[in-house]
Design a protein around this ligand. Structure first.
Ligand SMILES: O=C(CO)[C@H](O)[C@H](O)COP(=O)(O)O
Length: 232
C-alpha cells in the first residue's frame, strides 16, 4: 500500500469476516455476533446458505439487530438453548495479546456472552485497530446495569475506582435489548482483569461486564498487509 494511504477499514473488516465464515460447515449451529464486523460475517453466511453451499445451518443471534439481519439474508434463526454451538463469530472492541477482549460498545454484551460461552469455538474478527497491549487502552469497559436504582449502582461502581458515564447518545439513556442501561467505565492503568471482573460482577445492580476473558479461541485480524490468525 502506498505511504499515507488510509486503509479502508470496511474492506479489512470484511476480509477478516470471510476468513471466519470459511470455518462454517453444513449442519452447524452458529452464534451470530453483533456490530459492523459481525454484519459482514452474517451476510457472507447468508450468501453461502442461499447459494446452497451451506445446508442445515442454524444461527443463534446475539442481538435483535443481528437476528433481523440473519433472517433477511436467509439464515434460519433459533433462540439460545442449552445445546453447545459449533462456532460463534463476533467482533470485539479491544483484543489483547492473550485474546482477552473488551466487547459491548455495540451494546450486545450480555447476549453475546450468554451465547459465546456455549460455543465450542469462539472466532473473533476485527481490523488491526482493535489490537491493544492491555485492555482499557483505547476503549471503555461497558458494564450492563439494571435500570432500577441505576444511579445507586453507578455510585457503587465509582467506589470501586471506575470512572465513567452512563451511555446516553441522545436525550435518553441507551437501553439494551434486555431493557438495561450501560455504564461505560474507563479502566485504571494497571489491574488484574479476572479479579476486577469478579469485583464488578459482585456489585449490586450489575448485570454483566464487557470483559470476555479466556473465551476467544482464534482471532482473524485484518491489516493492509493481510489477515493475521492469532491464538491465545
Ligand atoms: O461487542 C460488540 C457489540 O456489543 C461488537 O462486537 C463490538 O462493539 C465490535 O463492533 P464493530 O465490529 O462494529 O467494531
Amino acid at each position: 500500500m502506498p505511504e499515507n494511504t488510509v486503509p479502508d477499514l470496511e474492506a479489512l473488516k470484511k476480509e477478516a469476516a470471510l476468513r471466519a465464515v470459511a470455518l462454517v460447515h453444513s449442519g452447524m449451529r452458529v452464534g451470530l455476533g453483533t456490530g459492523s464486523t459481525a454484519k459482514y460475517a452474517i451476510e457472507a453466511i447468508g450468501e453461502r446458505v442461499l447459494s446452497g453451499d451451506l445446508k442445515g445451518v442454524v444461527g443463534v443471534a446475539t442481538s435483535d439487530a443481528s437476528e433481523a439481519l440473519a433472517r433477511q439474508v436467509g439464515i434460519p434463526v433459533e433462540p439460545l438453548d442449552p445445546r453447545p454451538l459449533d462456532l460463534a463469530i463476533d467482533g470485539a472492541d479491544e483484543i489483547d495479546p492473550r485474546l482477552n477482549l473488551i466487547k459491548g460498545l455495540g451494546g450486545a454484551l450480555l447476549r453475546e456472552k450468554l451465547t459465546e460461552v456455549q460455543a465450542r469455538q469462539l472466532v473473533i474478527i476485527a481490523d488491526q485497530t482493535k489490537l491493544v497491549t492491555r485492555l482499557g487502552e483505547k476503549a471503555p469497559l461497558p458494564v450492563e446495569i439494571a435500570r432500577f436504582g441505576f444511579l445507586s449502582t453507578i455510585e457503587r461502581l465509582r467506589a470501586l475506582g471506575l470512572v465513567g458515564r452512563l451511555r446516553q447518545p441522545g436525550a435518553q439513556p441507551y437501553v439494551t435489548d434486555n431493557g438495561n442501561y450501560i455504564f461505560d467505565a474507563g479502566l485504571p492503568a494497571s489491574f488484574d482483569a479476572a479479579a476486577f471482573e469478579r469485583q464488578i460482577k459482585g456489585t449490586l445492580g450489575v448485570v454483566e461486564t464487557g470483559f470476555f476473558l479466556g473465551m476467544a479461541d482464534v482471532a482473524f485480524v485484518a491489516a493492509p498487509e493481510g489477515v493475521r490468525e492469532l491464538r491465545p
